[in-house]
Design a protein. Sequence first.
Lengths: 115, 111
Amino acid sequence: DSGVTQTPKHLITATGQRVTLRCSPRSGDLSVYWYQQSLDQGLQFLIQYYNGEERAKGNILERFSAQQFPDLHSELNLSSLELGDSALYFCASSLRTSGGRETQYFGPGTRLLVL
Amino acid sequence: GDSVTQMEGPVTLSEEACLTINCTYTATGYPSLFWYVQYPGEGLQLLLKATKADDKGSNKGFEATYRKETTSFHLEKGSVQVSDSAVYFCALSEEYSTLTFGKGTMLLVSP
């Protein structure tokens, strides 16, 4: 158990809908990262927050947004969903953001299926 | 940009066989290197890491050495077990600790 929790575990929705994925980092970790894992694209970094502020952005679509709250939990919002958004979404956390040497601890993921 | 290339799987081995999964990287700076493992139906777990050249990461019988001259970080284990069956991801991290992953290599170990 990494100490990172994600809810829900599974999500089934329809095209055009909006969903929110939730992540609670390990106790004491200030950085939260979101990744998308799909069969065709592999594991891709989406976005990072550090202590409530956006720190780095990867291949995140404009239809997707995220935020980190004062209690350090994070939410990833996916809107106008398309079939191709079906994937496993992982959250990870680390203590700080120190230029590449930090270990990231991953949650169990949320499996999203868009029908 | 940064990239990680790892051998395609699946790699199929018998129990107690030797394992090598190749990983090479391209990076603009001086990255940290990681191996993560994903067991069926689970999230990613850090297996080992190395943060500078010639460092050897090791865990659970797995080893990998950071080779700057060949930009490689090959994963090795002397004797695999059925319980090692999983998908293995090589990754690197530069700025802000964001990870760039390889496509993953599935390992299947039979009794």
